[in-house]
Design a binder for this molecule. Sequence first.
Ligand code: FPP
Ligand code: MG
Length: 311
Amino acid sequence: MVQHLLNNKYKKIKEKYKIYQDTFFSLIKDKLYRLDAALLDEICMFLKGSKNIRSIVLIILALANGTNIDNKILKLCLITELIHNASLLHDDVVDDCDLRRGFATFNKKYDNKFACLLGDYMLTLAVEEMLNLNCARIEKKFNNTINQMCLSEIEQYKNRYKIISLEKYIQKCIKKTSLLYEASVYAYCSLYKKDYSIAIKLLRFARYFGIAFQIKDDLNNLVGENKEKPELNDIKSGIYNSNVIFANYDYPDLINKTENEYINIIKNEKYTKKSVELIQKYIKKAKKELEILDNKSYKEDLFTIIDMFML
Ligand code: FPP
Ligand code: MG
């Protein structure tokens, strides 16, 4: 019932902001014009499958702060989504993943080399747009973000099959996911000269929302019903989520169990409940930072989006 209501609300939000999504999509399509027609079609299909959560959130945050959605904001969305999608092309290679957004990944359809090259190309387009902004602070912020995203992937790869502490896990979520949300919010606040007191809250919102988002994404891989990505992919390749960390408190020898025993333990509702509580903790913190927004309607839309993604 709650889910049904939320779904309806979310549908209306998608309609309300469709115009921005469409403009944004044509920008990204134009940006990719140098690719041949067949490949461009495939990439567009891949991009269309995205919920573009990063750009939708940025657009609503800007509207809620009295900013008209102009080309500059849309360019920030473009940079953010190009970086995000480039990172996913690489991530699917690293994770040896053959399904994303319900379709075969580029590494599956073509091969790893091709997927990496496409990711590299997207990244150069993001950099090109970044340089067009002509703002060293923003360039630095995005560059540092990409740098940290890469470092966290390197660390995650090196630490496969190791159960890390909850603190380290949260730090990983920040680097993998929050920092890109933060960079787009930072760029917006910089370009539109937002007061420090507002900027700091929006940045904190981005941080907490990113953490909750990543914990939820990791949890979905274990207990989610979403068939857009392969189930248990992370767990089987030694990338552990919060359920594993909580289960390890009760079972210090967890890592030595057989795969079936191990999966049964970590799927236990007790650990999922703890993970959901952890997500809720960060959602609460994220929403609290948005209390400063005066516009009730935009604030409600943001809250609906947050709740929708955390279902
Ligand atoms: C998804 O994680 C992946 C990321 C959040 C970041 C991946 C970053 C890199 C591969 C470094 C290279 C970065 C760039 C910008 C080229 P996940 O595997 O937990 O999520 P999933 O379920 O969506 O696969
Ligand atoms: Mg992955």
